[in-house]
Design a protein around this ligand. Structure first.
Ligand code: PMP
Length: 405
């Protein structure tokens, strides 16, 4: 083709949808780039410990699945998910399998829930701070966020009533167990109040619970979903939508997770998922279904034990090595803890100095839907050895001390 007949040049950026233009590169992904130097001890990523993955068990399960199911393990399958896996999940929750939708990671569940629940301008209530990935999933559906105040016991439910009265909210998203990013857990009394208040105001409640099984100390509290079931007495009237995952209890790479919800929500999730990926990989679901009976309970014990040790060590070293005035949460499970440094110190600005001292964290501000938290940071202890924790916390203590002087 000659130059004279070339088509007019197209501004591809200008042709993107309004939805696409609202998407931002995840602040954390950008930060992880500078923290991923080989000699930097990183408390920044939220990765499960790979040395605990049940490699041999997954290998055995893969072979067993191929032997048992043959080509069906590699064929297309139903959008709802592999029935034995749905039945197992449903039995744990005491609900019918019809109320369980398998999703390709709970991250997909959040995206699909955004798609089927959020209209432009709908008010979505989120914890301050909240899981950044949920904000990323919901953002393209153009919600208006309102932040809920939180403290050591999770969402401040007294403040919530005022917000519900004036906001006309459609949806509340919460991570009640060992929250990402703070490691905090919503207290049992507040759970009841949260479920009752949202029901009373007709607000849907998404309970995102990938960490609930990873409790290493203290007593478990009932799930919001279970409290919703008790309140309504009918699985198909429950206003609580529950999401969980095998990513943190087994392995994240198979991308197997699920949503439990009332029939009208499940029906729409199925349609939305058909458009997204038809179904979660058949083979992966069959492998997970093979592992849930014997391997999963053992694996949960192993992971709890290891993360409990790592969390205790990190807290001990924080108490020993950090300057006065730095506050920290004390998680009872999960993978994270949260630091609040004295006002005026900006953890984003401080990060390069920490990286110079060979330690990295995630600044807290990106976890706030509407901004704030400049003096906070998230630390993950799940993917660090004891020696790294000791050395990294000392380096972070030195960084903070220098900044405060
Ligand atoms: N929700 C929360 C609160 C998370 O921390 C994560 C993982 N970081 C997810 C959802 C997504 O997990 P997955 O897609 O691996 O199930």
């Amino acid at each position: 083709m000659s130059a004279s007949s070339a088509p007019p040049s197209l501004d591809l950026t200008e042709r993107l949808s309004r939805r696409a233009r609202t998407m931002n590169a995840s602040a954390i992904r950008e930060i992880l780039k500078i923290t991923q130097q080989p000699d930097v001890i990183s408390f920044a990523g939220g990765l499960p410990a790979p040395e605990l993955f049940p490699l041999e068990e997954v290998r055995q399960a893969s072979l067993a699945v191929l032997d048992r199911f043959g080509p069906a393990a590699l064929q297309y399958s139903t959008t709802e998910g592999h029935l034995p896996l749905r039945e197992w999940i449903a039995a744990q929750a005491g609900i019918p399998a019809a109320n369980v939708q398998i999703v390709t990671g709970s991250q997909q569940g959040l995206d699909l829930l955004g798609k089927v629940l959020i209209d432009e301008g709908d008010v979505v209530l989120v914890e301050a701070p909240t899981y950044l990935g949920a904000l990323q999933s919901f953002q393209p559906y153009l919600p208006r966020y309102e932040q809920l105040p939180t403290d050591e016991g999770g969402i401040d439910v007294d403040a919530l009533e005022g917000v519900l009265q004036r906001s006309g909210a459609k949806l509340l998203y919460a991570v009640p167990n060992f929250q990402n990013p703070t490691g905090r857990t919503l207290s049992a009394e507040r759970r009841r109040r949260l479920v009752e208040l949202t029901a009373q105001y007709g607000v849907l409640l998404i309970e995102d619970d990938p960490y609930g099984q990873l409790r290493f100390t203290g007593m478990p509290a009932p799930s919001l979903y279970q409290l919703g079931l008790e309140l309504h007495g009918d699985v198909n009237r429950n206003h609580v939508i529950y999401s969980s995952s095998f990513s943190k209890t087994l392995v994240p790479g198979l991308r197997d997770a699920w949503v439990q919800a009332a029939a009208p929500v499940i029906a729409k999730l199925i349609q939305a998922k058909q458009g997204a990926d038809l179904h979660t990989p058949t083979f992966n679901q069959m492998i997970i279904a093979e592992l849930v009976h014997d391997v999963l309970p053992r694996q949960i014990e192993r992971v709890r034990e290891a993360y409990g040790q790592r969390a205790r060590l990190m807290l001990e070293r924080i108490r020993a090595d950090f300057p006065q005035g730095v506050e920290y949460t004390t998680p009872e499970g999960g993978m994270f803890l949260w630091l609040t440094v004295p006002d005026g110190l900006d953890t984003q600005a401080l990060l390069p100095r920490a990286v110079e001292r060979k330690v990295a964290y995630v600044p807290g501000s990106p976890f706030y839907a509407l901004g704030g938290g400049e003096n906070t940071m998230r630390l993950s202890y799940s993917n660090a050895t004891p020696a790294q924790i000791t050395q990294g916390i000392r380096a972070l203590g030195d960084t903070l001390r220098e900044a405060l002087n």
